[in-house]
Design a protein around this ligand. Structure first.
Ligand code: OXD
Length: 340
């Protein structure tokens, strides 16, 4: 991919870079150090639908307003989207998929945080924290049984950037780790068995804990439905740190209410914010966090560092990290960025 140096707009800039994620002034300076001839602007969530029409490069994540992707593609100016999220459901729309806009993701960039969130949700459910917290509000010294992680089998669905880190973080807890992935070639030492995505049912039947780490795409939307919950072991636990729409939520509620599933830890839900009337709020062994798995004090710094690294590669005509295979909806293993 070439950066078309020499092409200048009326103001003499070689390209317009629009950044949209919570901003600090020094991020713009950091980007300008890499691309001094660029016009680097920041856009709020409200401004992106307009700003993206005049961008050569966009780095961000539209969370509030759907973007006019058809117009963007027709306009023909945008060349590269660097998603500031690992998930790409915000930009991988039909017009973008069928265009020559290059899309790179933040896959792997927040894997440490997502793995920590997974551990927190998992431990919270196993060690009965919701019940203890509720009892504490009554100042009650409640004695309840808790469950151990040691000796359990954990099935990780999706061994991409996040799934791999989850496996590494869980391994010292003396668990057996199974995984499925669309590209089951790249097994980690921590994973006992890595199988193709089609063998999900086998993984579900063999796991005490199932952790969802897959991207949301046409193959994974609604992946965890009533039939799949029925395949899960009695008393097992579901952790979702991927996307809410990977799970058919009413089927999850049924599986929890019937007692087939022991509990769930959900950082993401089908609709966000989770509506107050959702049954999930009422279930005693469900922990819900408001899609904060990838949040950390360093998230914006990390995003800017990564964008600058990719931008420098872009300007030198080098292959970018995390180029998304738009048919798959995520980067192939060979293109994946692995954080040091
Ligand atoms: C992400 C997220 O995809 O925060 O990065 O969910």
């Amino acid at each position: 991919m070439n950066a078309t140096p020499g092409r200048q707009d009326k103001a003499g800039f070689e390209m317009r870079i629009v950044l949209c994620y919570p901003q600090k002034k020094h991020y713009i300076d950091q980007v300008l150090q890499v691309a001094p001839a660029a016009d680097v602007v920041e856009a709020s969530q409200e401004e992106i639908p307009q700003e993206i029409l005049n961008a050569d490069i966009f780095c961000g994540h539209a969370k509030v307003h759907p973007l006019p992707w058809k117009d963007v593609v027709q306009q023909g100016r945008l060349r590269w989207i660097q998603s500031s999220a690992a998930g790409l459901d915000h930009c991988l729309t039909d017009p973008v998929i069928h265009s020559n806009i290059v899309v790179t993701s933040a896959s792997g960039l927040f894997a440490d945080q997502v793995a920590e969130q997974t551990l927190a949700l998992l431990m919270g459910v196993l060690r009965s924290l919701p019940a203890f917290f509720v009892a504490a509000t009554r100042r009650e010294f409640l004695r309840l049984p808790t469950r151990d992680l040691r000796g359990l089998t954990v099935g990780i669905v999706g061994l991409g950037g996040n799934g791999r880190r989850v496996a590494q973080v869980l391994a010292p807890w003396k668990v057996r780790i199974l995984a499925t992935d669309m590209f089951p070639a790249d097994k980690l030492a921590e994973v006992a068995e890595l199988s193709p995505a089609e063998q999900l049912d086998t993984l579900l039947a063999a796991s005490d804990i199932v952790v969802l780490c897959v991207p949301l795409n046409s193959q994974t939307r609604g992946l965890m439905n009533a039939a799949r919950f029925a395949r899960m072991r009695p008393n097992s636990i579901l952790i979702n740190v991927a996307r809410g729409q990977v799970v058919v939520e009413r089927d999850l509620v049924d599986a929890l209410e019937s007692g087939h599933l022991y509990g769930a830890g959900l950082d993401v839900t089908e609709v966000e914010p989770l509506p107050p009337e959702s049954k999930l709020w009422e279930l005693p062994r469900v922990i819900i966090t408001p899609h904060v798995g990838a949040q950390s004090a360093r998230r914006e710094d990390d995003t800017t560092d990564f964008f600058c690294e990719n931008l420098s590669r872009y300007l030198q005509g080098l292959p970018l990290w995390n180029v998304v295979d738009k048919n798959l909806g995520f980067p192939k293993p060979k293109d994946r960025y692995v954080r040091a």
